[in-house]
Design a protein around this ligand. Structure first.
Ligand code: DP6
Length: 323
């Protein structure tokens, strides 16, 4: 029997952000977060065990240096869960520009967790898979699930996992203004560490985000799109404010990011309801309802942003064993 499996996981964008760890060793976040999994961005990963050493390739190029070491550290976790010591080959393909703030580490580690564990003969429940994916990259914990997901900060390893949140008919969609698809200047991991260690605004971010999280779950349950959007935008701005307070300051924004943020505000004043969020990169993700998706996309394109993509809610991770 071959020990090979392939998994496809979709990226997610946080509506309430994860920014800062409470415990780096076991990847416990400072706060709980809420996300929307997107259908437009995914990673397909095939893992085969039974090798002498680990090898990893992404989009046809070998993963070297820190990226390769991160995969090996993750495979170590799977080895210890499965009680094995062999190496694995990892072949991954992204539909997301890697490290461009489109959360490719989320889909990447969710797919790797599912493929590596399944190929190793482990049959992990979704919650266990979410805990495993979290240790590869925090946001990956949420990409195990489709549509809306909540990731509870938890108190320890076993209580920090994501689970699905029922969407009572919000009919969400996302328009991504790709301002720059290049590699980011500072990784989200390094930037959140710097923020937590040096920004006097970090404790305020944690406090505010806890309240935003509770309010967001209430807004989703009430199917109140306006409130969901307002919270999405203000939570993202608060996260970026906490980074600006770091030493040295962290800013992912580019002139076109600000232009799109202003456009979103202008669209709202003309009755096209939409809200902006940004992650560890210059791209602006615009949350709207499905019926507004084309209008928002056209407005962003008309403003001169050449790469604009649209997304509907995407599925949770899917895995198949190649027996
Ligand atoms: C801004 O999940 O990439 O996208 O756990 O260190 O791998 P690590 O960080 P990562 O951080 C994502 C940060 C964010 C917000 C979010 O997705 O919640």
């Amino acid at each position: 029997m071959s020990e090979r499996a392939t998994a496809v996981a979709h990226s997610n964008i946080a509506l309430i952000k994860y920014w800062g760890k409470r415990d780096e060793g076991i990847a416990l976040p400072a706060t709980s977060s809420v996300s929307l999994t997107l259908d437009a961005y995914s990673t397909r990963t095939t893992v085969e065990w039974g090798r002498d050493t680990d090898t990893a390739e992404l989009d046809g190029a070998p993963l070297a240096g820190e990226a390769g070491a991160r995969v090996t550290r993750f495979l170590d976790l799977v080895r210890s869960l499965a009680g094995r010591s062999d190496g694995a080959s990892v072949i991954s393909r992204n539909t997301v520009p890697t490290a461009a703030g489109l959360a490719s580490s989320a889909s990447g580690f969710a797919a790797l967790a599912a493929a590596a564990s399944s190929a190793a003969g482990l049959d992990l429940a979704p919650r266990e898979l979410s805990i495993l994916a979290r240790k590869g990259s925090g946001s990956a914990a949420r990409s195990i699930f489709g549509d809306l997901a909540v990731w509870f900060a938890g108190d320890d390893d076993a209580s920090s996992f994501a689970e699905p949140v029922t969407d009572p008919g919000l009919d969400l969609a996302m328009v991504v203004a790709v301002v720059d698809a290049g590699v980011k200047t500072i990784s989200s991991r390094a930037a959140m560490r710097l923020t937590a260690e040096t920004s006097p605004y970090f404790p305020a971010w944690v406090d505010a985000s806890r309240t935003d999280f509770t309010d967001m779950l209430a807004a989703i349950a009430a199917s109140d799109f306006t409130r969901v959007g307002e919270l999405t935008e203000s939570n993202a701005m608060r996260m970026h404010a906490s980074m600006l307070g770091a030493t040295p300051p962290v800013s992912y924004w580019q002139p076109d990011s600000v232009r799109v943020l202003h456009l979103v505000r202008d669209l709202r004043s003309t009755g096209i309801e939409c809200y902006a969020t940004m992650d560890a990169g210059p791209n602006v993700k615009i949350l709207c309802q499905r019926r507004r998706m084309e209008s928002v996309r056209d407005a962003v394109t008309a403003a001169g942003i050449t790469r604009v993509t649209t997304s509907l809610p995407g599925p949770g991770v899917a895995v198949s064993r190649d027996d």
